[in-house]
Ligand binder design. Structure first.
Ligand SMILES: Cc1ncc(COP(=O)(O)O)c(C=O)c1O
Length: 468
């Protein structure tokens, strides 16, 4: 396992003892080649030749004492811990893999539709900082949401999102609770006057749910005729938009059906509201084309508990009087998303995720990767001579959620495919219960290697089961 590790020295009398690899050490030492060595304090006064011998011998010894864990090169960073809460500092001499679940956890490929895989680096950083956030001596979960540290985090996460998406200055970024489902209600209550109307482009289950919710607060115009199955987006020229609608609503990526808009609808000046829950920050896009964008975090940018709302300032302050305070965009914007206690931990995780995306090359890099990953899976399906098939029209096939059927929807064979996938550690590939089949979700954290593993399995499965 190549991950950065999180190992601590405990202070024992006179020295320090890493409670995992059992190295004893006091300070960083470098050998002649500039490499850090495990500076075991009892042996400090040894000649360098003897020290080198001890060092060599110590590796297998330490491996033994760590229950067979392997030793790696030192961590780049030290983590100073406050003595009252935890005695110790990070073992930076040699990183050893802990006997904890991180080291021993079986390797799984999580193709779930959400909550979805998080990059391992983020989990490890969160683990490192769990007990002591930024030298505060306490966990982020324990501090006041009005503290300077949390204010700094809140502002930084907003700024990182602004940078990544080039959000114009006349847009506010809010971190709300209640999931994307909460925003289904918040949107009509904030944007549609009592007795007003809004246009809904329903292309799948999520936009359908949003339309039903909006109908509680005003009139909903259905832009498209009702579909028997959600596997296409009718051409824009056929849409029935109403010029007096307060807004036009759509879902950029229907997670269940794998139907993704590959363009931003033209609403002829009516504010556009978009549910981007399952393709948020998976590519660059022009924020200025939207009135409101919202996304729950648990697919592409973090974990459940926080929902991002990006809203044009002109749309703030039009709420119906019945809007609950916690869903009132104006109050949340005025109070910088700390009107009440925010979901601090999910916001912190989202902050780590945004920094990770920055390191990967930003939204554009996410876009390239999403294109490559989904193209590989679609290619395998397309070259399977019908063994695998795609329910969705080509022009709106999702880069995030790839649903497919096996042998025309053979339930027994699909079950076998899922069982074989589980045996190979590939999890959560089952299609949504409302549509069946298989669905591979390829969010930002999914690597090309994981996609290649899936493709190999698909190819092998076809060889074994396709009728000759
Ligand atoms: C596109 C889309 N919108 C809305 C939701 C609902 O999100 P939440 O569970 O955070 O309310 C989901 C959840 O999967 C989704 O995929």
């Amino acid at each position: 396992m190549q991950d950065e590790e999180n190992v601590f020295f405990t202070k024992s009398s006179g020295g320090k003892n890493c409670y995992v690899c059992h190295y004893l050490g006091v300070a960083d030492t470098k050998d002649k080649t500039g490499q850090r060595v495990p500076n075991m304090w009892p042996f400090q006064s040894m000649s360098s030749a003897l020290f080198a011998a001890v060092r060599l011998a110590a590796r297998p010894l330490a491996q033994l004492s760590a229950g067979g864990a392997t030793l790696q090169q030192p961590a780049a960073t030290h983590l100073q811990l406050t003595s009252g809460r935890r005695t110790g500092e990070q073992c930076s001499r040699w990183q050893c893999e802990r006997r904890s679940n991180m080291a021993t956890a079986k390797k799984v490929f999580n193709f779930g539709a959400g909550p979805a895989k998080l990059p391992r680096e983020i989990l490890l950083q969160a683990q490192r900082e769990l007990l002591d956030y930024d030298n505060t001596g306490m966990s982020i979960m324990e501090m006041s949401h009005r503290s300077a540290k949390y204010t700094e985090l809140n502002n930084r996460v907003q700024q990182d999102m602004r940078d990544l998406l080039k959000v114009p200055d006349n847009y506010k970024i809010l971190f709300l609770q209640g999931g994307a489902t909460g925003i289904f209600s918040a949107v009509p209550m904030n944007l549609m006057p009592a007795g007003g109307s809004a246009d809904y482009i329903v292309t799948g289950s999520w936009s359908s749910k949003a339309a039903k919710e909006a109908a509680k607060y005003g009139k909903v115009n259905m832009v498209l005729p009702k579909m028997d199955a959600y596997n296409d987006i009718p051409n824009e020229s056929t849409w029935k938009l109403s010029p007096d609608a307060s807004y036009v609503y759509y879902c950029a990526n229907e997670t269940i059906h794998g139907v993704e808009f590959r363009y931003i609808p033209d609403t002829k000046g009516v504010p556009l509201v978009c549910d981007m829950s399952s393709n948020f920050l998976s590519e660059e896009f022009d924020v200025s084309k939207f009135g409101v964008i919202f996304a729950c975090a648990q697919k592409n940018v973090g974990t459940s508990g926080v929902t991002v709302v990006i809203i044009h300032e002109d749309l703030i302050g039009k709420a119906q009087p019945i809007v609950p305070t916690i869903l009132d965009f104006k109050i949340n914007a005025q109070d910088n998303s700390v009107h009440n206690t925010p979901p601090m931990y999910p916001i912190y995780i989202m902050g780590l995720y945004l920094q990770w995306i920055k390191k990967q090359g930003g939204a554009a890099a996410m876009g390239q990767q999403a294109q490559q990953k989904s193209r590989r899976v679609y290619e395998v399906v397309n070259s399977s001579a019908g063994f695998y098939s795609l329910p969705v029209a080509e022009h709106c096939r999702s880069r995030m959620n790839v649903p497919f059927r096996i042998a025309g929807g053979d339930a027994a064979l699909e079950k076998k495919f899922l069982e074989g996938a589980e045996e190979r550690g590939m999890q959560q590939l089952k299609g949504h219960r409302s549509v069946g089949g298989i669905r591979a979700s390829l969010y930002n954290a999914i690597t090309m290697d994981e996609v290649e593993a899936l493709i190999k399995y698909m190819t092998d499965f076809q060889k074994e089961h396709a009728k000759k």
